[in-house]
Structure formats: structure tokens, C-alpha cells
Design a protein around this ligand. Structure first.
Ligand SMILES: [Zn+2]
Length: 106
């Protein structure tokens, strides 16, 4: 996983460096204000691009929010609770007898 991520990080570093270089060139040719505005815009675009690439990479490794969310939901539905004072199955946040003491039933 480490060795497969390294070339991506190197490419990202080159990308950021290139965008900063392009910003400096724009500053040189078009003056400070236009150059700075373009520089910030390019830098923001680079940041968004990197964020997007990392999300895509994480998803391909199986760490996507969709898969983890679905897994957690599936486990949550299975758990049942039993009241500690009367022993009945608790369906809401508290039992019909009024007790909040409950234990999960697996
Ligand atoms: Zn009860």
C-alpha cells in the first residue's frame, strides 16, 4: 500500500510545484494583482484536484464512506435490547415499564 501510494504523492508534489510556477509566470507577465488572483485560483483548483484524487484512491482501497456506512447500519439493525428490571424486549429508548436500564441482546 505504501509503495503504491508513493508515486501518487510525488505526482501531487510536482503538480503543486507546477501550479505555483505557473502562478509566478502569470505574476511576471500580467502584474501583481492579476497574477496573485490567478495564483490563488490555480492553487485552490490544485487543492480540490488533490482532495478529489485522494477520495478516489481511498474508495479504491475500500475505505469509502458508502461501504463503511452500510456496514454500520447493517449491524445496528440486528441489535435488540432487553430491559434489566422486567426482562421484556425494549423497542424504543426506554422500556414500557419506565426503566431506562437495558442490555443489548446478541
Ligand atoms: Zn421493563
Amino acid at each position: 500500500m505504501d509503495s503504491s501510494l508513493k508515486p501518487v504523492l510525488k505526482r501531487q508534489a510536482i503538480f503543486v510545484g507546477a501550479s505555483l510556477g505557473a502562478g509566478l509566470l502569470l505574476t511576471y507577465y500580467f502584474g501583481f494583482l492579476v497574477g496573485m488572483t490567478a495564483n490563488i485560483a490555480i492553487f485552490m483548483a490544485a487543492m480540490f484536484f488533490i482532495r478529489w484524487r485522494q477520495q478516489k484512491a481511498l474508495r479504491s482501497f475500500g475505505f469509502g464512506s458508502q461501504t463503511t456506512g452500510r456496514g454500520y447500519e447493517g449491524e445496528g439493525v440486528k441489535i435488540k435490547y432487553v430491559c434489566l428490571s422486567c426482562g421484556a424486549e425494549v423497542k424504543g429508548s426506554r422500556c414500557a415499564c419506565g426503566s431506562k436500564m437495558r442490555r443489548p441482546l446478541f
